[in-house]
Design a protein around this ligand. Structure first.
Ligand SMILES: *Cc1c(COP(=O)(O)O)cnc(C)c1O
Length: 430
């Protein structure tokens, strides 16, 4: 049975849980990010139920609003971070240090120091050089750094090249053959405690095969490590579970989106991957980001103008690449729906923002119910990699964020003001 999304239409009006989306847009203005608490909880629990013996570290980079982190922390999640800034946010949102992991190819010395001082669960080593630096820093602090070694298994995740991280030419992780020596070396370093192996092959992966391939790779690799006298206790399998972006909301008054896309159900993922990984006897962690937060968030904007040129129809909205960069960055597809369905008539239009860049579009040649100046629209599945990559380009103000809980709602980040635009600059005296 298809579970109902917590965003749905009632009498042709878009709701989030028990709250009309229009009400939030009117009270707080647009563009605005709106999140469903129930959807976050449901997404997390569906993963937790499928992976009952594993630890789930939520990947902060998908969305790091502390009010959202608090919900996940209360459900038992840990935090997967990629910078000291994210470690700082995680700690200040209540995550225990022993539930925080830290990955990334270019960790600065200061970041490593911060991680070790805070005694986090693991630093995931991505190069032979980094291992030595971590040992040195730990030694100076008179502490032991717990590490995982990130392997690049050379597996094609069959996703967009910009979010594929596990192929040979990618900058992430260490070549498996070369890594054997890194594992060996780690055992001889005085201030390093080797926990195990880390992989993360990419993001928005909707086929289970690349994950199965990675699991098999890890199983064989661990046998190889054992032959070399290296015993590990931990596997961090990364994140990357893909979600649906098309036909997220289906309604008789909305056009059905062509070339419907797939999603990877956690139970399918678990059924295929767990039996392989469990053979190792290792403790398991997973680091999903998108799967937990993507469909729990939307961004709502207003139609500023509609414009017809000889070549195209344009719907010009207050949502631009500064609020949601995914379409400009990877030609990502997001379903776009009117907050109130007024017309059964549809048109084909480019939905664009005000930013002075041709790449500033949310959708191109999109079939959408006809909308007019002043109407609200919602961009679906915008909870992940949305707000976190917003910017002030064109001196635009970052949007507000609201969390919905049934009929209650909470402002969880205020909209920026003009003062914010100048708050960090320093005027010269002359
Ligand atoms: C980005 C990232 C994740 C999360 O990826 P999702 O596709 O959002 O699940 C997990 N682990 C690492 C190391 C990452 O860089």
């Amino acid at each position: 049975m298809q579970k109902l999304l917590h965003f749905y239409y009632k009498n042709n009006e878009l709701y989030c849980e028990g709250t009309p989306v229009r009400k939030i847009a009117e009270e707080f203005g647009t563009p605005i990010y709106i999140y469903s608490k129930a959807q976050i909880i449901e997404n997390f629990k569906s993963l937790q139920n499928s992976l009952p013996n594993a630890k789930i570290l939520y990947a902060l980079k998908a969305n790091s609003n502390p009010a959202i982190l608090k919900i996940l922390n209360q459900l038992g999640a840990g935090a997967d971070t990629v910078s000291a800034g994210e470690i700082y946010i995680a700690l200040n949102s209540g995550f225990k240090p022993e539930k925080i992991s830290f990955a990334g190819v270019g960790k600065y010395d200061d970041e490593i120091k911060f991680a070790i001082k805070n005694e986090i669960f693991s630093i995931n080593i991505e190069s032979p050089q980094e291992l030595l630096v971590v040992n040195e820093i730990a030694k100076n602090l008179n502490k032991t750094a717990k590490i995982l070694i990130r392997i690049n298994p050379d597996i094609d995740a069959k996703t967009h090249p910009y979010i594929s991280t596990g192929i040979k030419t990618s900058k992430f992780g260490i070549d498996p053959t070369e890594a054997i020596d890194v594992f060996k070396k780690s055992l001889n370093l005085s201030h390093i405690e080797l926990l195990g192996i880390h992989t993360h092959i990419g993001s928005q992966i909707v086929d289970v095969e690349p994950f199965v391939e990675t699991a098999k790779f890890i199983l064989q690799y661990i046998e190889k490590l054992e032959k070399n006298g290296i015993k590990i206790s931990h596997i961090d399998f990364g994140g990357g579970l893909g979600v649906k972006y098309k036909n997220v909301i289906v309604n008789e008054n909305l056009p059905f989106e062509e070339n419907d896309d797939k999603e990877l159900k956690p139970e399918v993922f678990a059924n295929e991957v767990l039996p392989i990984l469990e053979k190792t006897g290792c403790e398991l962690t997973f680091e999903p980001g998108r799967f937990i937060i993507a469909n729990a968030g939307i961004i709502v904007g207003k139609v500023i103008y509609t414009k017809k040129t000889g070549a195209k129809n344009f719907i010009i909205t207050d949502i631009s690449m500064t609020e949601l960069i995914r379409p400009a960055l990877y030609n990502a597809y997001h379903q776009i729906v009117p907050v109130e369905i007024k017309a059964q008539k549809t048109e084909i239009a480019d939905i664009v923002g005000p930013v002075c860049e041709t790449s500033d579009f949310i959708a191109r040649d999109r079939k959408i119910p006809t909308v007019s100046r002043g109407d609200y629209i919602a961009v679906m599945t915008a909870g992940a990699y949305g707000f976190v990559s917003s910017s002030n380009y064109n001196a635009r103000l970052r949007p507000a964020e609201v969390l919905i809980d049934g009929e209650n709602y909470y402002l969880i980040r205020r909209r920026e003001t003009f003062e914010d635009l100048l708050s960090k600059t320093i005027m010269t005296k002359t």
